[in-house]
Design a protein around this ligand. Structure first.
Ligand code: FPP
Length: 263
């Protein structure tokens, strides 16, 4: 039996993280280690994206978010930015039919205004064609920054208050969440970061309040479907407390068990 099948047996299919988010890091170091130009690392990283999207989709993960390009990444050398944009374009062009056939719904979060018209057109097309799919929702964060997202949400809330659509007293966490790019997407349950960096790098700052972190030293181009399963197995061993005590959780679990038995 393959390592993948062994690991798959250990995954509790009834307790999958609904939303897995990934900070794909280490492409540059992967290339440097091989005396290659950084872009080669991104190319290899792109292949891994394809594989992990397929794995998540086969497994039945509802939402997979991928941090592909931050607003800060615009400050990288021009050739690297162009190459990354081309890779994203190529990925969408080459993979879209396959993704759509497999039930994937694509969404893009970030500052769409800063993307080229050609890339924006392709994004709109793939998002529209996949809109009614009910399989895995793949969210690509592109020209994204968590702080930017929060500031844009604040501006939109203020406008709705000024337009008397909402009153200041209506503003609570739930309402605010509805102004974010992720308004119809549940918060990540599991955040994977590759390449051993222990940073959040401006990714989904609001949404990851209670997200479980899985940090691996594997560089993104070396990340495998086996390690994806390992991250899920690790997640399934955690006790998620959401600020409660361990004892409270046990009581809650027992009472919900009793409830379902009595139903
Ligand atoms: C971080 O590694 C990675 C990026 C800035 C780009 C991620 C892009 C891809 C994986 C490919 C294209 C994406 C899709 C969705 C098709 P880094 O360059 O910062 O690595 P380093 O820290 O080792 O320099």
């Amino acid at each position: 039996m393959s390592v993948y099948s062994e690991l798959l047996k250990r995954v509790d299919k009834k307790n999958l993280p609904t939303h897995v988010a990934i900070i794909m890091d280490g492409n540059g170091r992967w290339a440097q280690k091989r005396h290659l130009v950084r872009v080669k690392g991104h190319e290899q990283g792109s292949k891994v994206v394809k594989r992990i999207v397929e794995t998540a989709s086969n497994l039945g993960v509802k939402v997979l978010s991928l941090y592909a390009f931050s607003k800060e990444n615009w400050n990288r050398p021009r050739e690297e930015v162009d190459a990354l944009m081309q890779l994203l374009h190529r990925y969408l062009l080459v993979e879209s039919n396959n993704l759509i056939k497999n039930g994937v719904r694509l969404s893009i979060i970030g500052d769409r205004k800063s993307l080229s018209p050609t890339l924006n057109e392709l994004i709109s097309d793939v998002c529209a064609r996949s809109e009614h799919n009910t399989g895995t929702r793949v969210v690509i964060a592109l020209s994204y920054s968590g702080r930017y997202e929060i500031v844009e949400a604040v501006k939109a809330v203020i406008k709705d208050v000024q337009d008397k659509k909402i009153a200041p007293d209506d503003i609570d966490e739930e309402l605010f969440g509805n102004y974010l790019f992720t308004k119809d997407i549940p918060d990540p349950d599991l955040l994977i970061r590759t390449s051993a960096e222990k940073r959040i790098s401006n990714f989904m700052l609001w949404q990851i309040a209670y997200t479980e972190l899985y940090i691996t030293k594997t560089l993104w181009p070396d990340f495998t479907k086996e390690e994806f399963l390992r991250s899920i197995i690790s997640f399934q061993k955690r006790e998620r407390r959401f600020g409660m005590t361990g004892d409270q959780l046990i009581t809650q679990k027992n009472s919900s068990r009793g409830y379902s038995l009595n139903e």
